[in-house]
Design a protein around this ligand. Structure first.
Ligand SMILES: Cc1cc2nc3c(=O)[nH]c(=O)nc-3n(C[C@H](O)[C@H](O)[C@H](O)COP(=O)(O)OP(=O)(O)OC[C@H]3O[C@@H](n4cnc5c(N)ncnc54)[C@H](O)[C@@H]3O)c2cc1C
Length: 412
């Protein structure tokens, strides 16, 4: 491993997407910067484990291609994205109903109209909501009076059936919040991105995103297995080094920020995730599969190999079950019990590959929620991460870039 420098313009603590984005911005303007990362790899919450030829993202995640930061920060063609179908497969009473965006999948519009997820008025309201968010700038969506997602959906006139059978499994899954308590601003911005783009997986797993960013930064500037134990203006300490610097960027997850900067901790959302291998896929659809009861514990699932065959060795299929809000108990049995009600006894023949219990999957973003929080703390100290913007890949990338700009202004 490279020797840590004793002096550098900027030290970034944390090699998640936010830290990598900040470091790249600083480096691209000719400043010296290093990233120190406590774990044995880059990516933070966006990492992929390779297990017996399967690619297991650490928690079911997707990349929304409409995220604005991707245009400038990521070489999208190098990710070789594999696309989910637009819409969802809703499972209820052992039956599957296809719900698609009729503007993008007119072929399946009739199926959507008759899907038992809500009334025709509910479906027309979805079309109206889609039109509204697509014609609204992000800044306007992230402004104005804020309420929880569930209250917002009720005030828009959606029925309880529609909320429980569609919005709860879809957005409860995306926002890791089965109760839909998250800010309406977050809900609408995600709904906008879903309407404008597609959900995708990189061929080599979600970790291809941070790995690409790390490559641009240069391995010589990234120090893995190196935890920051103390920070003070002008100095970052690790177990066996003290680095002098003009700027410190704390780009850790929110609980670690509270520890390092001794600030108040925001509550975390937790998430469970179980991976199974099957010889035969339970469906050939490329949709995210939703729990149409809205009760969980598995709120959504997917046959990932239908979307990205590279996620499994030849002849095998990879199924993911996502349990937002649940990390205790026998997640494998809970998942099998529920998926059996969808797909029958074939579920018992599946092999369990791995279970993830993620204690900090994201920060709570309850109303009133204010994205774009300050990144400059004074005295050459900066902070970035998804907790400073929206709890998403977009939020982490954006937060890191604007924090990098703040560091550059401080250094100039
Ligand atoms: C299960 C799950 C599903 C998700 N699904 C989606 C999705 O579908 N779409 C989407 O857009 N987003 C999703 N997200 C959210 C997204 O992954 C995060 O918002 C984003 O990755 C956060 O990046 P970050 O850089 O802010 O933080 P992190 O990725 O947490 O990076 C922080 C880094 O700091 C390091 N660190 C901490 N303390 C120290 C220390 N003392 N010294 C050195 N290093 C330290 C950590 O090891 C970590 O690598 C999901 C997250 C999870 C967990």
């Amino acid at each position: 491993m490279n020797q840590l420098p004793t002096r550098v313009d900027a030290v970034v603590v944390g090699a998640g997407l936010a830290g990598l984005a900040a470091a790249r911005q600083i480096k691209s303007h000719g400043r010296s910067v290093i990233v120190i990362e406590a774990q044995d790899g880059v990516g933070g919450r966006v990492r992929t484990d390779k297990v017996d030829g399967f690619l297991l993202d650490r928690g079911f995640q997707v990349l929304l291609t409409a995220y604005p930061e991707l245009k400038t920060q990521i070489d999208m063609s190098a990710l070789d994205l594999q696309m989910f179908s637009s819409g969802a497969l809703v499972m209820r009473d052992g039956k599957a109903s296809v719900v698609t965006d009729p503007f993008r999948e007119p072929r399946r519009a009739a199926a959507t109209i008759f899907a038992p997820i809500g009334s025709l008025s509910d479906k027309l309201r979805i079309a109206a909501l889609r039109w509204r968010v697509m014609h609204r700038e992000e800044g306007k969506i992230l402004d104005g009076i804020d309420i929880s997602t569930v209250v917002a959906l009720r005030s828009m006139g959606f029925s309880t059936t529609m909320i429980d059978r569609f919005f709860r499994p879809l957005f409860g899954g995306i926002q890791l919040d089965p109760e839909l308590r998250t800010s309406r601003r977050m809900f609408e911005i995600i709904f906008k991105y879903l309407s404008e783009g597609q959900s995708a997986l990189p061929t080599n797993g979600m970790s291809a995103i941070p790995e690409q960013m790390a490559k641009h930064l240069g391995a010589e500037n990234i120090f893995l297995d190196t935890r920051a134990t103390n920070i003070e203006p002008g100095f970052v300490s690790t177990v066996n080094a003290r680095i002098e610097t003009k700027a410190i960027v704390v780009a850790t997850d929110q609980p670690s920020v509270s520890e390092l900067l001794r600030t108040t901790e925001i509550a975390s959302r937790v998430a469970g995730c179980v991976y199974f291998s099957a010889d035969t896929p339970p469906t050939h659809e490329k949709f995210v599969v939703l729990d149409g009861t809205g009760q969980g514990p598995v709120l959504n699932a997917a046959v990932l190999t239908n979307v990205a065959p590279s996620y499994a060795p030849p002849g095998k299929h990879l199924i993911v079950a996502a349990l937002p809000g649940i990390i205790t108990g026998d997640l494998e049995t809970m998942s099998r019990d529920q998926l059996r009600t969808w797909w029958g006894p074939q579920v018992d023949a599946w092999s369990h590959i791995k279970t993830y219990r993620i204690t900090h999957a994201g920060p709570e973003q309850l109303p009133p929620f204010n994205p774009k929080q300050i990144v400059s703390l004074g005295n050459g100290m900066f902070v970035c991460g998804d907790h400073r913007d929206t709890g998403s890949i977009q939020g982490a990338l954006y937060s890191g870039r604007r924090c990098g700009d703040a560091v550059l202004a401080h250094l100039s």
